[in-house]
Design a protein around this ligand. Structure first.
Ligand code: ATP
Ligand code: MN
Length: 451
């Protein structure tokens, strides 16, 4: 029976015949037999294989196995006398599927820097850390879908190619056909890769009530930071008949749900991060699940930050957009927990955010977490036709291109809200990886897009 190592370690069955398929991590010879550590990617742990010198290909092949070789092994699971493992596999048969020249195979037993691993992006998932990141990322994705599906949200696949740039923030990638002429663009007007599925999600929220998107998002931001990618994944729920408070509640519930889920299902991988990547990580995740988030208005946050003695690179005053240093100071130094900041100045926020009664602020909310800063950005949307049109005019947006969006306010408009959760920032928060490039299989940043 072919079986994955994760199942073997879970069941701890002894005296059963199994077939295991994976890659050699190490080999150690004792004279009478060899120990092979095999990993198949199903979990962090390797399975120890005991290969007896009586095996027919022992001298010819088994003693030549090295890190990276792929093997299929059939044998008996037996109780292991060694510490730290319940079972080991006594091989009846070791088939070498693919050799890996030890002279050139780049992954040696020593620990490699994450930067070095990025330079061999086709091999880095074979390392403990990147394998663990990949499993946690997959589990988080699954949890997010489960959260929304269990609450009756419909998933909407919003377009990747779009002709509206969402906030008029000129940070889009252009899309054109080869040889396309400027006067006759393929899509009739200039197109780009989406920076957000929100506006399209709003369309469906005002028909299906509760929807979400989970898709690739592109931003041509020329900022080489540890929290920005040119291609990333975003989760964007949108709810009709929903105000800012229910929006905050949904975002809080979502974060707590997925963190709780991953604490239960990925404990082995999280232990690795807790030990080698961020000390205290598991405690941090538990407290986010259990404790209340702090809720503070933008104005109050600005007051708190103005009272801080140490100077910031960007001085704080009412009206500025909070910079990463301010966000992190709030969540790491002042409150030491996730912080929800609401009611930002209208002037620094996009046209679609609902104007508050004071006329100066909008019903926006960002969630800031320690180590990252902004992880969620959301708002209640402007549902009043006249106010929306005025905001678009003020922002210099050609309302003719947004007639479809304005129609939603003409016909059966409703208060509605939503947010965007950056998936890689969530994976960063859960794994403690300080650079966002480490949490996506093939990162894309300015000047960098191999494989
Ligand atoms: P920031 O101020 O950190 O650049 P933003 O305000 O531009 O973020 P939003 O437009 O509100 O971001 O997008 C929603 C979420 O998407 C953010 O809260 C963040 O988690 C994530 N996000 C935004 N830009 C990026 C990026 N370039 N790479 C990865 N995630 C991103
Ligand atoms: Mn934002």
């Amino acid at each position: 029976m072919a079986i994955r190592i994760q199942e073997i370690l879970k069941q701890r069955k002894q005296d059963t015949k199994v077939t295991v398929k994976g890659w050699i991590r190490t080999r150690r010879d004792t004279g009478a037999f060899s120990f092979l550590e095999v990993n198949d990617g199903s979990c962090l742990s390797n399975l120890q294989i005991v290969a007896d010198r009586e095996l027919t290909n022992y001298d010819r092949e088994i003693t030549k196995l090295s890190a990276g070789c792929s093997v299929v092994i059939e044998g008996d699971l037996q109780k292991s006398p060694a510490k730290g493992q319940d079972v080991e596999l006594h091989a009846d048969y070791v088939q070498v599927v693919g050799w890996a020249d030890p002279e050139t195979y780049p992954l040696q037993k020593k620990r490699h820097s994450l930067e070095f691993l990025r330079s061999i992006s086709h091999l880095r998932p074979r390392t403990n850390v990147l394998g663990a990141v990949t499993r946690v990322r997959s589990q988080l994705s699954f949890s997010i879908h489960r959260f929304f599906q269990e609450r009756g949200f419909a998933q909407i696949h919003t377009p990747i190619i779009t002709t509206s740039d969402c906030e008029g923030a000129g940070e889009m990638f252009q899309v054109s056909a080869t040889g396309e002429k400027k006067e006759t663009p393929f899509f009739g007007s200039q197109a780009g890769l989406t920076v957000s599925g929100q506006l399209q999600a709003e369309v469906y929220a005002q028909a299906l009530g509760q929807v979400y998107t989970f898709g690739p998002t592109f931003r041509a931001e020329n900022s080489n930071t540890s929290r920005h990618l040119a291609e990333f994944w975003m989760i964007e729920p949108e709810m009709a008949f929903c105000d800012l408070n229910s929006n905050i509640e949904l975002a809080t519930d979502l974060l707590k749900f997925v963190l709780n889920d991953v604490l239960e299902t990925c404990s082995e991988d999280l232990d690795l991060f807790n030990k080698f990547i961020e000390k205290g990580l598991i405690g941090k995740l538990r407290s986010v699940v259990e404790d209340e988030f702090v809720h503070v208005s933008y104005s109050a946050a600005v007051e708190e930050l103005s009272a801080v003695a140490e100077p910031f690179e960007y001085p704080v005053q009412w009206g500025i957009d909070l910079q990463s240093e301010h966000e992190r100071y709030l969540t790491e130094e002042i409150y030491k927990c996730p912080v929800i900041v609401t009611d930002y100045p209208a002037a620094i926020k996009p046209f679609y955010m609902r104007v508050n009664d004071d006329g100066k602020t909008v019903a926006a909310m960002d969630i800031l977490v320690p180590g990252i800063g902004e992880i969620v950005g959301g708002s209640q949307r402007e549902e009043r036709f006249d106010v929306l049109l005025q905001r678009m005019t003020d922002a210099g947006i050609d309302s003719k291109e947004y007639e479809w969006y304005l129609d939603l306010r003409r016909y059966g408009t409703v208060p509605h809200s939503g947010f965007g959760l950056g998936f890689e920032r969530l994976v960063q928060f859960v794994t403690g990886m300080s650079n966002i490039r480490e949490v996506i299989p093939f990162p894309r940043t300015p000047g960098y897009a191999p494989c």
